[in-house]
Write a protein that binds this ligand. Sequence first.
Ligand SMILES: Cc1cc2nc3c(=O)[nH]c(=O)nc-3n(C[C@H](O)[C@H](O)[C@H](O)COP(=O)(O)O)c2cc1C
Length: 216
Amino acid sequence: MTKALFINGSPRKNANTAQLLKRAMEGATEAGATVEMVNLYERSLNYKGCMSCFACKVKGGRKGVCSFPDDLKPIMEKAVDADVLVCGSPIYCGYPSAGLRAFMERLIFPAVNYSDFGHPVINKPKRSATIFTMNCPNMQIYKDNAYDILMDTNAQQLGMFGPTEILYSFDTYQFGDYSRYDTAMLDEGRKAEVRRTQFPQDLERAYELGKRLVIG
Ligand SMILES: Cc1cc2nc3c(=O)[nH]c(=O)nc-3n(C[C@H](O)[C@H](O)[C@H](O)COP(=O)(O)O)c2cc1C
């Protein structure tokens, strides 16, 4: 059975990124996969990015998977074993969240083959996708901010494991109650409208994405 792993790189377990991931998970389930979600910001998860231990490069050692002994180790095993991997992250200061970046370092570096750059160590090919959520209102401004380079380059690294794609969710509703916060630069009315009209479409695109990744 297809194993699909969903990685939430938002600290919030039920906000925009998580909701899209959950919908993608529903699509993957509908298509027959076994699914699991990992919240990287779970307080019980203590980990950092790559610790430069080089265990993944030791001669005769196990290649292609990060074996650094911390709370991410079992998750890295699952990520390597997954047939489908979906990572989600908000844009934080122009980049994917630090939590997702740490996960990505631990996933990507073991696959980099120092003996032959042209042939990464792929234990299991996988279809993958990245879901990005953001205040940024549309693709034109996304590009104006160079997010198509800063963000997409990160997502495209998953392409070393097989076909990968990106789902963008623009202009997300950030706060439960905008009136509690200093948000003069944000148009709450428009945000609410986008939440009502665009976000449900993004959820449906996430559902279709989850299904498509499993069906292949
Ligand atoms: C620390 C921080 C930095 C952010 N930086 C950006 C940014 O650079 N560009 C942007 O469009 N949105 C930015 N945002 C907004 C979030 O990307 C957006 O609200 C996102 O949908 C939040 O995801 P979540 O609801 O899953 O937590 C930032 C939010 C936070 C908390």
